[in-house]
Design a protein around this ligand. Structure first.
Ligand SMILES: [Zn+2]
Length: 149
């Protein structure tokens, strides 16, 4: 998505959890604890994948996209389908997306990544705020370089 930015990838944390599980330091009941809300979100708003669940290996994972941000008002914290996100990204200045993978077979769930979406990420925004930010950042960089001299 064009306005996607500040991506945080949680695959390392996920691998760490799976390692703990393999080593027997945590049980499947600790990591396969998807709430009824999360499972409903996966059923109604989820994005099917062709990746097998790392725990039960019998179901494919579903990705759920949760959205957060002041501009969303009462919609904050709700799940959205992947196709709804670009529309929101063009309407709102900025909102946070949390992507959670869920297995509807064994209830495994883990945060996959988070990122920001919204018009603030577009260069040449109609009100020029984006360009001003770039100019301000360049100015700050120049001042820093001058200070180092
Ligand atoms: Zn599973």
């Amino acid at each position: 998505m064009r306005t996607q930015r500040q991506v945080v990838d949680y695959s390392l944390q996920k691998r760490a959890v799976l390692r703990e599980l393999l080593a027997g330091r945590v049980g499947t009941y600790d990591v396969c604890d998807a709430s009824p809300y999360l499972k409903n979100a996966a059923r109604f708003h989820g994005e099917p994948t062709d990746r097998r669940c790392p725990i039960c290996r019998s179901e494919n994972l579903t990705l759920v996209h949760y959205i957060y941000g002041d501009e969303l008002k009462q919609s904050a914290g709700q799940a959205r389908t992947l196709t709804e996100l670009p529309v929101l990204a063009m309407t709102l200045r900025e909102f946070q997306v949390f992507v959670v993978e869920v297995c509807l077979g064994c209830d495994w769930n883990h945060l996959v990544e988070q990122y920001l979406l919204g018009r603030d990420g577009l260069a040449g925004d109609s009100d020029g705020a984006g360009e001003q930010d770039v100019a301000a950042a360049e100015g700050a960089g120049r001042r820093r370089r001058e200070a180092q001299r």
